[in-house]
Design a protein around this ligand. Structure first.
Ligand SMILES: C[S@@+](CC[C@H](N)C(=O)[O-])C[C@H]1O[C@@H](n2cnc3c(N)ncnc32)[C@H](O)[C@@H]1O
Length: 285
């Protein structure tokens, strides 16, 4: 199409030309909110409309689908291979090594006590582990405390889990770690891996990752846990789901076990089976 001087040529791609209001209509947005609540328990607020538009637009392009209505039909089709990508696109995965460091100080004390008592290996679960930094931070603390243990990292999002499993990070992500910790637990990449770090095999042997939707009725845990991290994820869930989750964590923690939640999540405070034992940290009574 020839452009008229002084004006803008219309693109032939309607997705490039539109905006959230015109392309992701009210009905489509309502369907997105319903589907992500059904699949992952995530309650998207009305303010998330632009975020939804931007994130799903990439999926429309990848799948070469012309509009949101068609895309959402694809997601809902029986046995759809797009459902996983839809969920991955709508999760928020912000994380960091030793995020909210007070939890790791508490964990260190707990692990040291267990090591001194020569007790059983400390079983830890990072239940919304995103790209793995939380699980690796737990493993670093176990090693530093001289405590035997194992760490399970799970998340609903298969894309972030692939990063967690690969355990390769850009060096910038580790700048908050003291040099001693970095040397002890990581290897620096060289040549084509310049600028990257990976965790050492001693740490790898403590951690395994797997996909788990916290909403699913069956969790694969065979034994109880000593420590559960469930941080910065229940803010996306409604009260009913939070309550159910808490009851399940209470069943799954040993007496004296620890539950760590995110900085704006005080939901265990109301449960009779937990008592506060630090900032956003709770002990199973
Ligand atoms: C903001 S990140 C928090 C990561 C880490 N816990 C932290 O605090 O740094 C939230 C994570 O929860 C995961 N998530 C969301 N809904 C979930 C569900 N129903 N089951 C399991 N994980 C879920 C997301 O995929 C995302 O990786």
């Amino acid at each position: 199409m020839a452009a008229v001087p002084g004006s803008f040529a219309l693109t032939s791609d309607p997705l490039l030309a539109g905006d959230a209001a015109t392309l992701l209509n009210d009905g489509d947005f309502a369907t997105v909110r319903q589907l992500i609540a059904d699949y992952a328990g995530i309650k998207l607020t009305l303010q998330k409309r632009n975020m939804v538009y931007n994130r799903l637009l990439r999926r429309l392009r990848t799948r070469r689908v012309g509009n949101f209505g068609e895309y959402l039909e694809l997601v809902q089709r029986e046995g759809s291979d797009e459902r996983e990508a839809f969920v991955n696109a709508l999760t928020t995965n912000l994380t960091a090594f030793f995020r909210e460091p007070h939890h790791f100080e508490l964990l260190h004390e707990h692990a040291q006590r267990r090591a001194q008592e020569r007790g059983a290996p400390l079983r830890c679960w990072s239940s919304a582990c995103s790209t793995g930094e939380e699980a690796w931070s737990i493993a670093m603390v176990l090693r530093e405390a001289g405590c035997a243990g194992e760490v399970l990292g799970t998340d609903i999002d298969t894309e972030v889990l692939a990063t967690a499993q690969a355990a390769i990070y850009r060096m910038e992500r580790t700048t908050s770690l003291p040099p001693e910790r970095l040397r002890r637990h990581f290897l620096r990449g060289a040549g084509s891996n310049e600028g990257l770090v990976t965790v050492r095999s001693e740490l790898r042997s403590l951690v395994r990752f797997g996909q788990l939707n916290l909403q699913s009725p069956v969790w694969p845990a065979q034994q109880r846990y000593d420590v559960i991290f469930c941080r910065n994820v229940v803010i996306y869930f409604d009260r009913e789901f939070q309550k159910k989750l808490l009851a399940r964590f209470a069943d799954l923690l040993v007496p004296g076990g620890l539950l760590m939640v995110g900085h704006s999540e005080s939901f265990p405070a109301a449960h009779p089976g937990f008592r506060s034992c630090g900032r956003t940290a709770y002990e199973r009574t």
